[in-house]
Design a protein around this ligand. Sequence first.
Ligand code: GCU
Length: 682
Amino acid sequence: QQLNDYKLWLKYEQITDSKLSASYKDISSKIVVGNSTPSLLNAKEELALALPQMLGTDIDFLSAIDKGNALIVDVYQNLPVDLKSAVSMEMMDVKGDGFVLKSVKLTNKKVTVITAKTDLGVLYGTFRFLHLMQSQHLLDDLKVVDNPKLDIRMLNHWDNLDRSVERGYAGSSLWNWQKLPEYVDQRYIDYARANASVGINATALTNVNANALILTPMYLEKVKALADIFRSYGIKVYLTARFSAPMEIGGLETADPLNAQVQQWWKDKAKEIYAIVPDFGGFLVKANSEGQPGPQNYGRNHVDGANMMAEAVKPFGGNVIWRAFVYSEHDDTDRAKQAYDEFLPYDGNFMDNVLVQVKNGPIDFQPREPFHPIFGAMKKTPLIMEFQITQEYLGFSTHLVYLPKLFEEVLDADTFQKGEGSTVAKVIDGSLYGNKLTGMAGVSNIGTDINWTGHPFAQANWYGFGRLAWDPYLSANTIAEEWLRATYSNEEEFVDPIKEMMLDSREAVVNYMNPLGLHHIFDTGHHYGPGPWVDNLGRPDWNPVYYHKADSLGVGFDRTPSGSNATEQYASEIAVQYNDPKTIPQEYLLWFHHLPWDYKLENGEILWDAIALKYQEGVDQVTQMIKTWDRMKPYLSENEYKEVSMLLEIQLKEAKWWRDACLLYFQTFSNRPLPTGVERPT
Ligand code: GCU
């Protein structure tokens, strides 16, 4: 890994096109930044860092516009009157921390304005302005209005207090609890900058499985130090709250949410936190899930638990984010159905500062899942999307997989719950049912690795998550292009093929790991390599055989009415389509159907052959990625080239490993030869 990778998509490399560079200089060599707040100061510092690097000149910061052209960076209310009126139309469209970038002609001079209602909006606008420059857009005639479409745009760190990171593949946790609060690592600032540059405005610092220690005074002092750093970048801190905290650290004998002492304990705790972190975001809670304590331990339900905590943070404007990732080994209902069954009855009963956080699919961050049926079905409760940016089931930080493609697929999915066009994006941005609070969470892939994310291309997943949390209607294509231009190069000959490579990479991993709707066939615990044969775990619902159900007759999980009937949790338009193997989209075939090995697909292939060919296709796609990368050598430094090249070689080896392991295993049931075109295992 290289030092340059540390800079992420904020490299601000020199603009070599002299015409462009001249026009950018013309626009931005004299700058007036309002200096009244820390966020505006951040904007100024970013300009001071970026512009000399990109343009090779010094920048003059002035206190007011004089004669020549200038860049004005300030909140709307502080703009001079003539500029105010020049942007007033655009300002009418600005919401929340949205911003305006506009080129304005005044007598004898041209002024470029970056403005917003809030100073944070101005900072966001500044980052966008610099991005447009870095990606070589013409800026002479700017007219951009952009608003965040979701309120809470947050990272979830699954970081433990000993700095290990659950499902983290990029080094240790950034948070150095031992040295905090006094020692402020520059990384905290750069982390905040990077997040702000894509609009991320919240972070949950600790693992959903964490114990309650983070809520003790000693740790809260450290949390305060981080919150103080993040504040000027618009990032609010959330903490995971273990349900049993009143017992673990509070000395109470129960954590029953209906117990008055417990309720008071949470109220006092909230008061204590807000006294030192006045803009604290609230609590993120994993309760009665995978062994974590929760209200059900006391015969209460999710509403009792969530509302109790919501009551505690309400006076301070805080939220409770209550996770819906629940399934029980004591329930023999199909795991994919359990969260919906458990949560739907509570729709409408949560307090208005509770959001229910739902993973994108009904099982667990698989390379491909159908969207979670709670989306669209739970109408009165604000739902916050939970994506996983860290690649637990997608090759860790070793495989190149561009996740915005996966995120886009989920966001674009039509739930049909309020007629055609009721997409998941419309559910989470609140437009479908008019929910007031909205958000998207991403399980972070960030650690202490020099390049933050382990794989250099995994930076694109952090970037892309942020962009989609800002605007869930952006395309994966646009995002890849933005990221490549800011990170690597503006050369079309580089950007176009590498963008294609990124866009194809998600389907490649699906093909070589879990094609045609297969899922959860990963080896135990680590979830890295294949383990479809695993059948000996304490919990049946953790065994891969539970999910693929291969036998001599066929393969796949029957979730139609003849099986678990999980399809009934979707709108009837989807249920009807998915119940029939002839009409279901092929990528979900074995998610919903158990079919004979010789079942004929639409293209005439029998199922066994189709599975084998898909595995091979995945391997071929990685081979293609390697070829593409090799052709890009002229555009890359030796190190940049080598780094990704070595990783792709591992990815190819492991794609073959997946193919061979899965096919050899499934072949013991199918008893059929591999079709032509599929390489024999060596
Ligand atoms: C997955 C993951 C766990 C995590 C859990 C969760 O099951 O493997 O490490 O704790 O998701 O989201 O709570």
